[in-house]
Structures are given as C-alpha cells and as structure tokens.
Design a protein around this ligand. Structure first.
Ligand code: GDP
Ligand code: MG
Length: 213
C-alpha cells in the first residue's frame, strides 16, 4: 500500500470571530465533540506520529480555538486548507463559553469562504449524541455537505463493529458518502479519506477553470 505524503503549516488561529482570517483556498472542515479525535485525525492525515502539527490532549475541551492548516499535498495537486473547529459538547462548559463557541463557528460558516465539505467526527463507541444531531441539523439547514467519519473504531470490540455500523446507519445517520471508520492510525481507511478529499478538491478546481473559447 502506498501512503500519500502531505505536509502542512498552521497558518492561523481564531479564538473569536474578529480573528477569523480569509484565505484564497478551498477549505475542508473538521468538526465534532471535544475529545472525539479531530486533532488526531489531522495528524494522521499528515502522517505525523511524532512532531505533531495539531495539538492532541487526553483532557476534553482543550482546543478552544479554530485552527487553519494549509495543506501542501505535493507538486501535482492543489493546496487547500483544513479547518479544525473547536469541539462542542463538553459537559462542564459554562453558558458563556457555549455562546462563544456558537458565535465563532456561526461567523465562520457565515463568512464568504470556499468551504467544500465538513468532516463530521463521531465516536464509534457511542454513535451520534445530542450535540452531533444538533450539528447535523444545523449543517443540513445551511446546505453544507457533511461526511461522517467515525473515530476510535479500534476501541470497539472487533466482532461488533459491523453490527454497530449497521445500527447507526439504520438510525438515520446521513452522510454524503458511506461513513469511514478510523482508528487514529495511518491505515487504508485514512488513505481512502485522502482520496475523497483529493477528489473533491480537484473537482472543485476543475469547476473554477475558465472554459477556453
Ligand atoms: N484509540 C484511539 N484513540 C484516539 C483516536 N482518536 C483520538 N484518540 C485519543 O483521544 C484523545 C483526544 O484526541 P484529540 O485528537 O485531542 O481530540 P479533539 O479534542 O477532538 O481534537 C487523545 O487521547 C487521542 O489519543 C482513535 O481513533 N483511536
Ligand atoms: Mg483538538
């Protein structure tokens, strides 16, 4: 199996809507509850096990900022941005903090940006929780394409993975493509995800090309 090599630079962070920078590149968003594995997935996509790009913590609610990573996928492919949203749903959060989260994320989606789709991370062990359903409804109402990516698939008993997956899907979980099950490791599922991102970004670039007359 050939694994892709992407590199990245952290090019911006915002703690409030006034700090949101605009970039002239397509964006792919990573969203999910606190501690679901957003930073881990970004590091895995970049094949970083040590020297991590995105900050990973075992304590929920650590990343309160929205972070922009510029991805340089290689010579033949166009660069794009991965946006790491602050996590939601951490129980002990104060109302003021929740409001800050909403204001920041709402301004982000409201600003003029070339957002391609949202990778909605859901813990495979729990399936979609209340906060995940709220995000789903919100994104659907915006008409924002959403790809479900399960995390921590490695923590579910092996023999139950298929059954759990089917149960979530029967429960009405929607996604632009069949949800992936990731494990926090650079494996075939990660490579499949890179392929999906690559395809969406390249098709978007094709759409933007001025037709020759
Ligand atoms: N076993 C396992 N652990 C994971 C996985 N994804 C994340 N973690 C762990 O979950 C914790 C939170 O991860 P992090 O990426 O910081 O979550 P974030 O708050 O969504 O950015 C860390 O201890 C990670 O090592 C996964 O797929 N499998
Ligand atoms: Mg994080």
């Amino acid at each position: 199996m050939r694994l892709t090599c992407w590199t990245a630079d952290l090019i911006g962070a915002a703690y409030n809507s006034g700090q949101l920078s605009a970039f002239d590149l397509p964006e792919v968003v990573v969203a999910g509850r606190s501690n679901v594995g957003k930073s881990t997935l970004i590091n895995v996509l970049l094949n970083r096990t040590s020297n991590k790009v995105a900050y990973v913590s075992s304590k929920p609610g650590k990343t309160r900022s929205l972070n922009f990573y510029r991805i340089n996928p290689g010579k033949a492919e166009a660069p794009f941005i991965i946006t790491d949203l602050p996590g939601y749903g951490y129980a002990v959060r104060a109302p003021a903090e929740r409001k800050n989260w909403f204001d920041l994320v709402n301004s982000y989606f409201d600003s003029k940006r070339d957002i391609q789709f949202v990778m909605h991370l859901i813990d495979f062990r729990h399936g979609p929780l209340a906060g995940d359903m709220e995000l789903t409804e919100w994104l659907d109402a915006m008409g924002m394409p959403r790809l479900v990516i399960f995390t921590k698939g490695d923590k579910a008993p092996k023999g139950r993975v298929r059954g759990m997956y089917q149960r979530y899907m029967k429960g009405g979980l929607t996604s632009i493509l069949p949800p992936l099950v990731t494990t926090g490791r650079n494996d075939e599922e990660t490579e499949r995800l890179r392929g999906i991102i690559r395809k969406i970004i390249s098709e978007r670039m094709r759409d933007l090309r001025v037709p020759s007359s």
